[in-house]
Design a protein around this ligand. Structure first.
Ligand SMILES: Cc1cc2nc3c(=O)[nH]c(=O)nc-3n(C[C@H](O)[C@H](O)[C@H](O)COP(=O)(O)O)c2cc1C
Length: 323
């Protein structure tokens, strides 16, 4: 009951410092640090996570139909590596459920990450179906073509397939009363050539930005390499995801935004991604390891890092180390 009376009056969260205020694709963020997809799978706790200091949250991955995901156990900690391995497989309650949970006042920017059902016979169509159903309820939409835990999903990163998905969702987007920014989330396990091809297709289809990256399938990133099934996140992903971020930053058009994800545990990790070209970042594993108070702590330290280098705002620092 307390929750019900609180909701209608809830106000957007303010920034802890004006230095951290930033704008990405028209969205005003009180902080560049967002919660990555996979934590709030069903858009149930976005106001609670925004209250912890996140500047934005990405819910999902949500698929058209509900599905249970892969069998348990499917999430493992590697504490010696500050890493997680997950093979969740898009466990979620489906788009109809999310369309209900999202209909309440929001404390900030909430995006939705969309994917295809594991058993779908037309994965390309799944993106149109869910975009049409959910896009108007969210501040932005991320097309997830990079999860390693749904068979063949990452094949959708192939330029000719990605092009089809983008043409479909863009047509739907143009028919909306208010268009939403569209992001593509890519894998870290791509060659330089793959990255360039994906970027070209995104820019030809006027995608707002790219999110780099999802989890890796490469055991070589571990200090003590061992084979595993699923996607690896956390500290070992920091360098590989930064490599992709840098590649994108060097080749993208000024109008294409970048969101950096992978291995962030500290303010200096955030700062490195910003200096490599990210206008905003997202965290998952660092939040799991360091706990709920960590985000505000990182934000205060980030403010100091920016001010010490003479930056009065985030956007001045974006791409500073590749200019
Ligand atoms: C348990 C778990 C579930 C995840 N689920 C999703 C998901 O549903 N969709 C998605 O795009 N990324 C998902 N991710 C990937 C994260 O959003 C993020 O890209 C990745 O973990 C790298 O960031 P990190 O090193 O800060 O964890 C998941 C990650 C974890 C650890």
């Amino acid at each position: 009951m307390l929750f019900a009376t609180f909701e209608p009056t809830c106000k957007k969260k303010k920034s802890i410092s004006p230095v951290l205020n930033t704008k990405i694709c028209g969205m005003e963020l009180p902080s560049p640090i967002g919660l990555a997809a996979g934590f709030d799978k069903n858009a149930e706790v976005f106001n609670a996570t925004l209250s912890l200091g996140f500047g934005f949250v990405e819910v999902g991955t949500i698929t058209p139909d509900p599905q249970t995901g892969n069998g348990k156990p499917r999430l493992f900690r590697l504490p010696d590596e500050d890493a997680l391995i997950n093979k969740m497989g898009f466990n979620n309650k489906g788009m109809l459920y999310a369309s209900r949970t999202i209909r309440k006042p929001k404390l900030g920017i909430v995006g939705v990450n969309i994917g295809a059902n594991a058993k779908s016979i037309n994965k390309v169509m799944d993106y149109s179906t869910i975009f049409e159903f959910l896009a108007h309820l969210f501040d932005y939409v991320t097309i997830n073509v990079s999860s390693p835990n749904t068979k063949n999903l990452r094949d959708l990163q192939k330029p000719e397939v990605l092009e089809k998905i983008l043409q479909n969702v863009t047509t739907i987007n143009l028919s909306l009363k208010k268009q939403v920014p569209i992001f593509i989330k890519i894998a870290p396990d791509l060659t330089e050539n793959n990255v360039t091809e994906i970027l070209n297709v995104c820019e030809e289809n006027k995608v707002s930005g790219l999110i780099a990256t999802n989890t890796t399938i490469s055991p070589r990133t571990l200090k003590k390499p061992k084979s595993f099934k699923g996607g690896l996140s956390g500290k070992p992903l920091f360098k590989p995801s930064n490599k992709i971020l840098k590649l994108l930053a060097k080749r993208k058009k000024p109008t294409t935004a970048l969101i950096g994800v992978g291995g962030i545990f500290s303010a200096s990790d955030v700062y490195e991604k910003i200096r490599l070209g990210a206008s905003a970042v997202q965290i998952y594993s660092g939040f799991v390891y360091k706990g709920p108070m960590h985000i505000k702590k990182i934000e205060m330290e980030l403010e100091n890092l920016l001010l010490n280098d003479g930056y009065a705002s985030i956007d001045r620092a974006v791409g500073a180390s590749i200019r």
